[in-house]
Design a protein. Structure first.
Ligand SMILES: [Mg+2]
Length: 308
């Protein structure tokens, strides 16, 4: 349950008296920091995350409107909600502030209860938005990342790898004979097995940049930035072995237990087209599925060009 009294607040004002009044009105918040100039404010925003920023319109080095606009531009997704602290303000300036991305105004002279109420409202809204953002990136059944999040992270890691000229590896994994399992055991068992597989795959995520996602249906993907092909392939081999050892009953499979197949691809990016890496892992997986399943296939350009 969200505690609307929590939250991380940044106060930006060049007047120490205003800072003191705001800080004492918000002393119940988790974190209250302050900055006296635009430059200081940018530094704080780079180093910390805030839910609400209380921003003076006139600062010594720049206008609050410009600060607001730049903060919104830098991190549009996780942006803090910005409330302007103003004296008397014209309707034109108010429109300017709202267009710059502010969500509210608090007028001087400051009133403690008004400050508390406004901040509480915006903390709740920020919390609700953050929750929706988080949920939109997760798969509902397994709780791991979804395909959308995978593609966002892959795009970002691909750019980094291209700059550093280091490899990016992908492992596509698909549960074998899953449709037969659902048909014979029911979707509840199928769902439980998918959750188990997701949990198993999560153990392979060792570094901050690694990612495991449900790609769709019974298909999962493991993104391993910086990992060479052989490393990714051995991660896949280990996961397949661990699943076999769990001996999850699957009467419709010739193996008798739940197994999965994997396709691995690896590239050092030469251009922006990360989609090829996905296609190659998918092709390798397809080959594993066409063969005996319960195996790992590495994408090899020469090998595959003769057959695809
Ligand atoms: Mg001022």
């Amino acid at each position: 349950m969200y505690n609307a009294e929590g939250g991380r607040i940044l106060i930006v004002d060049d007047d120490p008296i205003i800072i003191r009044v705001l800080a004492s009105a918000l002393e119940h918040c988790d974190v209250v920091m302050f900055a006296k100039t635009g430059a200081e404010a940018f530094k704080m925003v780079r180093q910390h995350e805030f839910d609400v920023i209380l921003l003076d319109v006139t600062l010594p080095d720049m206008s609050g409107f410009d600060i607001c606009r730049q903060i919104q531009l830098r991190s549009p997704e996780s942006a803090a909600r910005i409330i302007f602290i103003t004296g008397r303000i014209s309707a034109d300036d108010e429109a300017l502030g709202l267009n710059a991305g502010a969500v509210d105004f608090i007028r001087k002279p400051l009133h403690v209860d008004v400050i508390k109420a406004r901040v509480r409202t915006h903390l709740s809204l920020k919390q609700a938005t953050d929750k929706l953002n988080r949920q939109s990136r997760l798969d509902g059944l397994t709780g791991i990342s979804n395909r959308l999040e995978f593609e966002t992270v892959l795009r970002r890691e691909w750019q980094t790898a291209r700059r550093l000229q280091r490899p990016v590896s992908l492992v596509f994994l698909d549960v074998d004979f899953f449709k037969k399992l659902n048909d014979s055991q029911g979707h509840r068992v199928g769902d439980q097995y998918l959750q188990t597989v997701a949990k198993l795959l999560s153990t392979a995520v060792k570094r901050g940049s690694d990612l495991v996602a449900r790609y769709g249906g019974e298909e999962f993907v493991l993104l391993l930035p910086g990992a060479p092909m052989q490393w990714a392939a051995s991660v896949a081999e280990n996961l397949l072995a661990e699943l076999r050892e769990m001996k999850l009953t699957h009467p419709e499979s010739p193996y008798g237990f739940l197994t999965m197949s994997a396709g691995v691809s690896c590239q050092i990016p030469v251009d922006a087209h990360y989609e090829r890496l996905v296609e190659q892992a998918d092709q390798a997986l397809y080959r594993a599925k066409k063969d005996r399943r319960n195996m790992v296939v590495k994408f090899d350009r020469q090998d595959f060009n003769s057959n695809f």
